[in-house]
Design a protein around this ligand. Sequence first.
Ligand SMILES: Nc1ncnc2c1ncn2[C@@H]1O[C@H](COP(=O)(O)OP(=O)(O)OP(=O)(O)O)[C@@H](O)[C@H]1O
Ligand SMILES: Nc1nc2c(ncn2[C@H]2C[C@H](O)[C@@H](COP(=O)(O)OP(=O)(O)O)O2)c(=O)[nH]1
Length: 226
Amino acid sequence: MAKFFRAAIMGPPGSGKGTISKRIAQSFGLQYLSSGHFLREGIAANTEAGVMAKTYIERGMLVPDPVMTRLMLSKLEQLSSHSFLLDGFPRTLAQAQALNNRYQLDLVISLNIPYETLKERLSDRWIHPRSGRVYNMGFNPPQVEGKDDVTGEPLIQQDDDKPEALMARLRHYKEVAKPVIDLYKSLGILHSFSGTETDRIWPYINSLLSNKMHTLAQDAHQSQTP
Ligand SMILES: Nc1ncnc2c1ncn2[C@@H]1O[C@H](COP(=O)(O)OP(=O)(O)OP(=O)(O)O)[C@@H](O)[C@H]1O
Ligand SMILES: Nc1nc2c(ncn2[C@H]2C[C@H](O)[C@@H](COP(=O)(O)OP(=O)(O)O)O2)c(=O)[nH]1
């Protein structure tokens, strides 16, 4: 049976998870699943999970574990024969344990980006709220200032991307992520990358994934050879 490649990306807000995930999905054909994207989709469509999630997100809180786990595992169920990359999930130890009971990840990428860099990036981050498309006025600006490239609709800055909210968000991220990172470290699948520029980190991630996918393909071939 073919073996599918299962990965997750972790890192504080602004660390480049979305940007790097897009590159991974394009280069390696992994299906990209972003928890934030599914939540926004659910909110727009008024689904049960969306209505519930909205009340937490508006207050700057994490959506409760059972809601998140149900949502993400049901999305993964629809993809059971596909390689995937998770972004934004698992966020807590309870979510990581629930995921692990159903799917064992092959690789977890953790991004370590200095605080000053995060602050600069997020103060320049503009998003198209309906699709979640992300722009940065220096790094990847929209074609027309203040407008989404695809729909032409206005871009906005999220309140919690402003510097005054960032320190608290970052502290909270570290507290919640630590046990998750420790779990993946103990499973031997954690790979950490540090730096201030996505374009300098990307070649290392690219080569790690190339090697992993190559090994996986070889293993699958050997297990099929009589
Ligand atoms: N796995 C999760 N568990 C609990 N809440 C979540 C989870 N994923 C997303 N959320 C909720 O949805 C919100 C938006 O998530 P999203 O991943 O888009 O952005 P973020 O976490 O605010 O920041 P960033 O993408 O910059 O890391 C979060 O602030 C949180 O309230
Ligand atoms: N200047 C600069 N900006 C970058 C770099 N990598 C990503 N960005 C931008 C894109 C976004 O506007 C912002 C945060 O990136 P993101 O991919 O949304 O991060 P994340 O919140 O999903 O982890 O920073 C980078 O290397 N340099």
